[in-house]
Design a protein around this ligand. Structure first.
Ligand code: TRP
Length: 338
C-alpha cells in the first residue's frame, strides 16, 4: 500500500451473503460506494461466518458469497482501490471473535434487539452463534482500526457495543483499538417494494414480484414494472405526492435515480399520459441501468481464475492489517507468542 492510501481515514463494512442484491441495494447504497474510495481507505467483506447463525443450504451459501462479491465489483467497486474479501478467508476474524467473547457480557448480548427479534423468528435454532454474533462483529471492525463504520439503523446498537468492548479492552490493557464512529451514509434513493410501496424493497423477500434483483433478466424487470402498483386516485397522472400516491412516488424516485432527472422534469415528460406509458418507461430505464452490471457480474462469475485471484489478493491485504492487531491483542492478554 502506498503512502497516500495510508493517510486516508479507514472505513469498513460487512455484508451478509444471505439474499440477492436488489435495485434498492444498488440505488440506495452501493452506487455511491465507488466514489468513497477517493476519500477513504475502504474495506468490504462478505460476512459468510455471520450467515451461519441461521441455517443455509451449503451450496447456496457458497454460490451467493461469490455472486455477491462479483456483483459488488460489477457495481463499480474497484478491487484495486478497495479491499474486498471473504470474511472466512481471514482467520483473524474468528480468532479475535473468540477473545472478544471473553470481554463481552452476557447482559450486554441479552439486550441486543436483533438477537431478541431473530430468536423470536428462529425459535427452533437459538444457537450460541446467534447470541454472540455482536462480538464477532466487534472483531470484524476492530481488527482494521477503522475510523468509520457505515451502518443502517438495525446495526447501530452493534456498533455501540463494539465501542463499549473496545473501551473496556483499552482500559484494561492500554490503547489497543481505535474507537470507531458510526457513519451515516449519504442515502441514495429509498426504493420501496413495487407491490407494496409502504415497505422497503427487501433483499430476502422470497416471492420477489415486488423487488427487482441486480441479476434479473430484462423481461422479468419489465414484467415487474408493468405490474407495479400505482395509485387508485382519480387523476391518474404522474405527479410527485408521496403521501397520497406512494406507488407513483416510488416509481418516480427510481426513474429520477437512474436518469438523473428531477421530479419536475419527470412530471413534464409524462404530462397528459397515463401510467400505462409511465411504467414501462421506468422499466426500460432500469433495464438499461442494470444491463452492464448483470453482464459484468456474469462475466466475472465465469472467469474462475479472476475470481480466485480477487479473493486471494483481497484476503492477503486484509490479513496483513488484521494480523497486526491480532498479535497485539494476543500479547496483551497473555498468550504465548507463536
Ligand atoms: N451484522 C451486519 C448485518 O447484518 C453485517 C456485518 C457483519 C457488519 N460484520 C460487520 C457490518 C462489521 C459492519 C461492520 O448487516
Amino acid at each position: 500500500m502506498d503512502n497516500t492510501t495510508e493517510k486516508k481515514k479507514i472505513m469498513l463494512s460487512g455484508i451478509k451473503p444471505t439474499g440477492d442484491l436488489t435495485l434498492g441495494s444498488y440505488l440506495g447504497a452501493i452506487k455511491n460506494w465507488a466514489e468513497r474510495a477517493e476519500q477513504f481507505d475502504c474495506y468490504y467483506f462478505m460476512a459468510d461466518l455471520h450467515a451461519l447463525t441461521t441455517r443455509n443450504d451449503p451450496a447456496l451459501l457458497r454460490r451467493r458469497t461469490l455472486e455477491q462479491l462479483a456483483q459488488y465489483v460489477a457495481c463499480g467497486l474497484d478491487p484495486q482501490k478497495n479491499t474486498l474479501f471473504i470474511q472466512s478467508h481471514v482467520p483473524a476474524h474468528a480468532e479475535l471473535g473468540w477473545i472478544l467473547n471473553c470481554y463481552t457480557m452476557f447482559g450486554e448480548l441479552s439486550r441486543m434487539t436483533q438477537f431478541k427479534d431473530k430468536s423470536a423468528k428462529n425459535a427452533d435454532n437459538i444457537n450460541g452463534g446467534l447470541f454472540t454474533y455482536p462480538s464477532l462483529m466487534a472483531a470484524d471492525i476492530l481488527l482494521y482500526q477503522p475510523d468509520f463504520v457505515p451502518v443502517g439503523d438495525d446495526q447501530k446498537q452493534h456498533v455501540e457495543l463494539t465501542r463499549d468492548i473496545a473501551n473496556r479492552f483499552n482500559n484494561l490493557y492500554g490503547e489497543t483499538f481505535r474507537m470507531p464512529e458510526p457513519f451515516i451514509p449519504k442515502v441514495g434513493a429509498r426504493v420501496m417494494d413495487l407491490l407494496n410501496p409502504h415497505s422497503k424493497m427487501s433483499k430476502s423477500d422470497e416471492v420477489g414480484n415486488g423487488r427487482v434483483c441486480l441479476m434479473d433478466a430484462p423481461e422479468d424487470i419489465m414484467r415487474k414494472f408493468k405490474r407495479a402498483v400505482t395509485d387508485s386516485d382519480s387523476e391518474r397522472c404522474v405527479r410527485y405526492a408521496p403521501e397520497e400516491k406512494p406507488g407513483v412516488a416510488n416509481l418516480m424516485s427510481i426513474y429520477a435515480a437512474v436518469t438523473g432527472k428531477s421530479f419536475a422534469e419527470i412530471e413534464a415528460e409524462f404530462e397528459g399520459q397515463g401510467y400505462g406509458v409511465f411504467k414501462p418507461t421506468v422499466g426500460e430505464a432500469v433495464v438499461e441501468t442494470l444491463r452492464p452490471i448483470r453482464e459484468e457480474a456474469t462475466r466475472i462469475m465465469k472467469d474462475k481464475a479472476y475470481l480466485e485471484n480477487l479473493c486471494r489478493e483481497g484476503a492477503e491485504r486484509a490479513s496483513y492489517i488484521a494480523n497486526k492487531t491480532l498479535r497485539k491483542v494476543y500479547k496483551k492478554v497473555g498468550l504465548v507468542a507463536r
